[in-house]
Ligand binder design. Structure first.
Ligand SMILES: *Cc1c(COP(=O)(O)O)cnc(C)c1O
Length: 435
């Protein structure tokens, strides 16, 4: 740290931003980035930070991977835009083919490209209703699917994301997620025998909506904004079975957990479950705005003109995504597994020394550390997580919370052992200072 952030240059930009930008932006802390390289971010005053949040799990290959940058420059040299909904170019066909072949399951798939995560979710709502002829949608408490009307209606992680925006999309039902540390039914895994999944059938389908009217169940294989919540290994398979029983589509929102973050290309692969529709975005373009709806061909057969996008599948973004997939597949998935293990082991050591750590969960480089005021009562330590994030920023580590009191650890997938150990040491120091 050259100057305590925000330094003078950062402060000027923060003030200007505060004058002109939408008041809805959250702005976690006054980080004003000038440039980034690998896992390091430099602010406008020359301070350098180690990044453990990857711009919310987006900068999968770091802040400018040479192969991704080269692909972007090369694509930009050819042409910046042609509406992929109306015309052809190789990158779009190549990316759709690549994603269709990467997605779990042997059935042939088709792919629709979007500009964002929410847009992939909204498109999937349309596709699910269109292909099933049913209207009902089931999503989970704590879920985050985005902020456009359809996606927001499925979202249920924070009430302020809905406040004052109603009416939302009708026919949406929220049920408890497989969040064992805070089971809404007061059960224990595994003796619960997945009571929460059985309850969908016994309560929701018996009392509120006939399963024959349900188009899809939308689920994050690992909840992101809701608290980096990893459900038990047999949870997704149980949802798959429920869907199969009633002809309901299973939509896996892998916008945060996909593209190598968990050490597999898609998090659902850890469970063997094949979704009917799979959604990706965040990490796909290394920061360039691109997402995708990947669906079985028997589902994605909507009529010509039924859905489209002016910018979706932009040629520069397609090139970034293809290069990202190359790097993730051949180099970074193995690194995510190895560094994920190192990070997990380190966090477990921290838990021995800091009794405020209540629960640790995660796969690969998607790790949640839930803080509590008391390990017995499990009362969420929301203020502590907020203070930790601010404190770490001052010490040159970029962190982000999620859920009510969970620290999310989602560094770029290129992190090395030195980065991991440095980050852990700073977190340890901050927790000691805040104790
Ligand atoms: C971030 C996120 C979204 C929304 O993506 P945007 O690009 O912000 O619209 C949807 N689902 C999940 C799981 C996410 O993490």
């Amino acid at each position: 740290m050259l100057v305590p952030p925000p330094g003078p240059k950062a402060r000027a930009i923060v003030d200007r931003d505060a004058m002109w930008t939408s008041t809805s932006y959250i702005k976690e802390y006054p980080l004003v980035i000038a440039r980034g390289h690998g896992t390091m971010v430099e602010d406008v005053d020359g301070n350098r930070y180690l990044d453990f949040m990857a711009g919310i799990a987006v900068s999968s290959t770091g802040y400018g991977h040479p192969k991704v940058i080269a692909a972007i420059k090369d694509a930009a040299d050819q042409f910046l835009h042609i509406c992929g909904s109306d015309f052809y170019f190789e990158g779009m066909a190549a990316l759709c083919e690549r994603l269709a072949k990467l997605a779990p399951g042997t059935d042939k798939k088709r792919v629709f490209l979007t500009n964002s995560g929410a847009e992939a979710v909204d498109g999937a709502i349309k596709l699910a209703r269109n292909s099933t002829g049913r209207a009902g949608l089931v999503a989970f408490k704590g879920a985050f699917h985005g902020r456009t009307y359809g996606a927001m209606s499925l979202t249920s992680s924070k009430a302020r994301q809905h406040a004052g925006f109603g009416p939302l999309l009708p026919e949406v039902y929220h049920v408890p997620f497989g969040y064992c540390y805070r089971c809404e039914f007061g059960k224990q895994y595994p003796s619960c025998q997945l009571f929460c999944v059985a309850a969908i059938e016994r309560d929701l389908f018996a009392r509120q909506i006939d399963p024959a009217d349900v188009a899809a169940i939308f689920v994050e294989p690992i909840q992101g904004e809701g608290g980096y919540v990893v459900p038990p290994a047999d949870y997704l398979p149980a949802l798959r079975a429920l869907c199969d029983k009633y002809g309901i589509l299973l939509v896996c929102d892998e916008i945060q957990c996909g593209i190598g973050r968990t050490g597999r290309m898609f998090a659902s692969e850890h469970t063997g479950v094949v979704p009917d529709i799979l959604l990706t975005a965040k990490g796909l373009g290394s920061g360039m705005p691109i997402g995708a709806i990947i669906a079985r061909e028997s589902i994605m057969h909507w009529k010509n003109g039924a859905h489209g996008s002016t910018f979706g599948g932009n040629p520069v973004c397609c090139a970034a995504a293809l290069a990202t997939l190359d790097v993730v597949e051949h180099e970074l998935m193995a690194n995510a597994r190895a560094m994920g293990e190192r990070l997990m082991a380190g966090v477990r050591r921290l838990a021995d020394r800091h009794p405020t750590i209540g629960d640790i969960r995660g796969l690969g480089l998607m790790i949640g550390v839930e803080f509590v005021r008391d390990r017995e009562t499990r009362e969420p330590a929301t203020d502590l997580v907020n203070a930790l994030v601010q404190h770490a920023f001052g010490k040159g580590l970029l962190l982000l919370g999620c859920g009510r009191s969970t620290l999310r650890l989602a560094p770029p997938l290129i992190v090395d052992a030195v980065d991991i150990d440095t980050g852990l040491a700073i977190i340890d120091e901050c927790l000691a200072a805040l104790a």
